[in-house]
Design a protein around this ligand. Structure first.
Ligand code: GLC
Ligand code: GLC
Length: 868
């Protein structure tokens, strides 16, 4: 295989599994070998503030911090064909015009290869003896997107070529940019310096902001363009852009209409000769064009570009070294080592805002989503997780409800969607406890963070956690179960919406005040969150508080067992009339996955056999070769009392697709029941790497999880949609790393609690935890697959399954032998029985004043103590 960069060794590729590409595990790249993938296959550039979406043909766009408010380049969503604008470089070789990434000209190439790596994409195209490689990346800590460009003459004759770059500027506010042409066609401005090598997009930089976007070229240019009409031609598409076809730039200056950046670079290449330079797309928040020129100068030498690229590699080496596994299953290995952690970083950064399925305009950061994203991210960059938790807490209201979404740039709650999604507050408890377990940093609990509607009111984070639990506890229905509000985790289970008006949103329609619709899923989540908070209190030495929260949990558990068991599984909900949802007595929608998962994870059914029965029902009724469906039987008609779920055709999205986010919960639930075989099967069913064999059906990227796979009742079962930005990423990582492999962060150390299939003889995990590297070798000599029967730390025998914290950072050798009944891991700890004489309340609902301090008596209304 011809390679442009001899420094990158040619990997030994395993036999091509799918028709479109192959994993290069050693290089941590997915190699796409033909450009016409079943859907555009996406990657992300950037890790701090500047982000780019980049498909396997170079499509996509770039934004700074906020995909809506600071969009730098333009994208046309749902274009025909899909994905028809992006980072394009045209080659004009003696009148033949082609693109290394195939699009937009789609001129047939002699060779094409796209390597999606961690934070970069390399696209190589070759034609008529010319090889052109584009490597797109954003160096860590910078607001610069580099397009390293290498052109090589591998033919026998000297060549004179012209290259034309293309970046279409977005006028920053993406919604305005695509809706308000009476204004936007008149405001576009540019400045051109250095004979066109430095093009600045300066729209609106004179009034209320100082920013500019640079699109520069580090090499001398032969011309430039900034007017789309000149470069493309008024009646042309990008595939037949006028300037590349003509072979010379128009040196146009845009006044209004559609400003773009384009450079012409002329190259003379002798046989065997190669040239490397870069195009640079940068956002300058302050300082204007002089700062932009400095940035361009910084990357004028190819060596400085290579150094920046190496820095990106080092950034990822360091992050991924925190968790690495060698185990008998290559899908588990490849996902946990590389792609799943990578996806976790992207979902942490972007929530659900900008992908090929989310336009970056509507959603901002989701409260429940971002809290869950932290679970898969916190071991990578704990400080960022810390800040995110505090930002999220600041969008909680004083009564405990939360803004469902907020805009990352302003950190303001989105008032259109508001609050009233009654699972939201509980996720804050889950993420905070995960953070403290990973880092040991309890100081976060005492951080002062106000409420969105009472920002000046000083409360600490612990007060927010109490408020989250008390919110749920104070809002319960006739069965003693939590009220659902607009929806719980399942956004489409809208039991209070009763919408007959097509022009309104299911999520916000309907009055949730005074309704009695209850959610069993929230009840299960409450069991889980309460156990987490109680565990945190015990860690803090606050036994009274721990017991108070445990009593509240116990009371909820009694309600769940008394009211929510359907005979073979847990009900999903009670509707606004108090009728069961997700019962064998229903004509459709008899069993849902969410309540089985969360009741079991919350500890319900542990003592009475129901947990096992519920999971057995999941296997019988919901499991498919493509994963576990969300609900069965699916809804065949719209049901006004259930809302959006019944609006989807059967088998799609919430109406009974394999909604992947829920599947790792079941993996974890199997682990609780010591069933490693079922846990692994569940894990693999949605694993994208394992889907590669059916890629033409699956269609989405085989290296990242998708949100949904069409279910058995769909017309297209097995077809995935909505890849990349999904809570599946974080939960899949937790289910693999903590469930199957059992490397579980805990307050006082790492807990070792694997649950693997019997045939696995051993596995090895490298885990960096609180500054110490643990080399953990787990053996499974008797094929039991769980239960630590012996544990040795640097040769010393340790009782139990907790690795004590080590003072020094030198690698610690841990030997684990499995095979005895499992010792009690925290997730299995069931709170003590409730003392009926003591009130079981959490938190308080007062919104006045600072919560009483730790020493204060815990009264019937359960004042939340502060840590601060
Ligand atoms: C989407 C939403 C998430 C929700 C899920 C199920 O993934 O982002 O918040 O829980 O759908 O409806
Ligand atoms: C979730 C669901 C989707 C629904 C949306 C509403 O993302 O997956 O089906 O339309 O929420 O915000």
């Amino acid at each position: 295989m011809a390679r442009i960069h001899p420094d990158v060794p040619t990997p030994k590729l395993e036999a091509m599994a799918g028709r479109f590409g192959v994993f290069d595990d050693a290089a941590r790249e997915y190699v796409i070998e033909r450009p016409d993938t079943p859907l555009p296959w996406l990657n992300y550039l950037g890790q701090d503030e500047l982000f780019g979406l980049c498909t396997n043909t170079g499509g996509g766009y770039t934004f700074w911090r906020d995909a809506r408010l600071r969009r730098l380049t333009r994208y046309r969503y749902n274009d025909v064909p899909l994905d028809s604008v992006g980072r394009y470089v045209y080659v004009n070789d003696g009148g033949t015009v082609w693109n290394p990434g195939w699009k937009p000209t789609k001129t047939p190439l002699d060779r094409y290869e796209c390597r999606h790596g961690l934070g970069y994409t390399r696209i190589l195209g070759a034609k008529d003896g010319i090889e052109a490689e584009l490597c797109f990346f954003v160096p860590p800590g910078e607001n610069v997107e580099i397009w390293r460009t290498t052109v090589r003459n591998s033919g026998a004759e000297a060549k004179d070529l012209s290259l034309f770059s293309y970046a279409e500027f977005c006028l920053y506010e993406a919604l305005n940019d695509m809706t308000n042409y009476q204004r936007t066609y008149s405001i576009g401005e540019v400045e051109v310096e250095r004979a066109g090598a430095a093009i600045f997009h300066t729209t609106e930089h004179r009034e209320r902001r100082e920013h500019v976007t640079l699109f520069g070229c580090t090499r001398e240019v032969a011309g430039y363009d900034t007017s789309r009409d000149t470069f493309v031609g008024i009646d042309n598409g990008l595939h037949e852009a006028a300037v590349p076809l003509a072979g010379h730039a128009g040196c146009s200056i845009a006044h209004g209409w559609n400003p773009i950046g384009a450079h012409q670079v002329d190259l003379h290449l002798e046989p065997g000769a190669e040239e490397t330079f870069a195009f640079v797309l940068a956002y300058v928040d302050e300082g204007g064009t002089p700062v932009g020129l400095e940035l361009l100068d910084r990357y004028s030498e190819p060596a400085s570009v290579d150094e920046a690229f190496a820095r990106l590699g080092g950034f990822w080496d360091d992050l991924l070294s925190r968790f690495q596994v060698e185990c008998p299953d290559r899908h588990v290995e490849r996902m946990l080592d590389t792609w799943n952690q990578y996806q976790c970083l992207v979902t942490f950064n972007l929530s659900r805002s900008a992908s090929l399925f989310e336009t970056g305009i509507g959603r901002g950061m989701g409260f429940r989503d971002s809290n869950q994203d932290i679970l898969g991210f916190v071991h990578l960059i704990p400080d960022q997780a810390r800040q995110r938790i505090l930002d999220l807490a600041a969008t909680q209201l004083a009564d405990g409800t939360c803004f469902h979404q907020y805009q990352p740039l302003t950190r303001e709650g989105n008032t259109d969607i508001g609050g009233g999604f009654n699972d939201d507050p509980l996720w804050l408890v889950v993420s905070t406890c995960a953070y403290v377990k990973e880092t040991g940093d309890t100081s976060i609990l005492g951080e002062a963070v106000g409420y969105a509607d009472a920002p000046d009111r000083e409360a600490d984070l612990l007060h927010h956690l109490e408020r989250s639990l008390s919110y749920t506890q104070a809002r319960r229905g006739p069965h003693g179960l939590p009220l659902i509000g607009h929806a719980d985790w399942n956004d489409c289970l809208n039991l209070n919406c009763f919408s007959t008006e097509p022009n309104e949103s299911f999520q916000t329609a309907g009055d949730v005040e005074g309704s009695v619709a209850e959610s069993v899923m929230i009840a299960g989540l409450f069991l889980y969150a309460a156990r987490e908070l109680a565990g945190l209190y015990r860690h803090l030495g606050r036994t009274d508080d721990a017991e108070r929260v445990e009593r509240a949990r116990e009371e909820m558990l009694e309600a769940v067992e008394a009211e929510a068991w359907d005979g073979d599984w847990y009900l999903r909900a009670f509707d606004a009339e108090g009728r069961p949802v997700g019962s064998h007595a229903c004509d459709e929608g008899q069993i849902f996955v969410e309540s089985q998962a969360w009741c079991v994870l919350g500890g319900a059914g542990a003592d009475n056999g129901r947990a096992r029965r519920a999971l057995g029902s999941v296997s019988r009724r919901l499991a498919t070769p493509d994963g576990i469906a969300l609900v069965q039987p699916t809804y065949s008609r719209y049901r006004v009392e259930l809302g959006e779920i019944s609006s989807y055709p059967p088998g799609y999205k919430e109406n009974g697709s394999v909604f992947c986010h829920t599947n790792p919960w079941i993996t974890l639930a199997w682990c609780l029941l010591d069933d490693g075989a079922n846990a692994l099967d569940t894990y693999l069913a949605i694993c994208p790497s394992a889907r590669e064999e059916r890629i033409e059906t699956y269609r989405c990227e085989p290296y990242v999880y998708a949100q949904t796979i069409a279910g058995p009742d769909a017309a297209t079962p097995g077809e995935a949609k909505n890849s990349w930005l999904t809570g599946t990423a974080a939960w899949a990582f937790v289910s693999g790393a903590q469930g199957l492999l059992g490397i579980v962060p805990d307050y006082d150390g790492l807990r070792i609690d694997p649950c693997i299939p019997g045939p696995w003889e051993s596995f090895h995990v490298t885990r960096r935890f609180r500054g110490t590297v643990y080399e953990i070798e787990v053996r499974n000599p008797d094929g039991v697959g769980h239960g630590v029967s012996s544990l040795a730390v640097d040769g010393r025998t340790v009782e139990g399954n907790l690795l004590p914290l080590e003072a020094d950072a030198g690698p610690v050798a841990v030997g684990v032998v499995l095979g005895s009944p499992r010792s009690a891991a925290p997730i299995r700890r069931v709170a003590g029985r409730r003392d009926p004489t003591r009130p079981a309340t959490v938190g308080s609902d007062d919104v006045e004043g600072r919560p009483r301090s730790a020493g204060a008596a815990v009264g019937a209304v359960g004042e939340p103590p502060s840590v601060g």
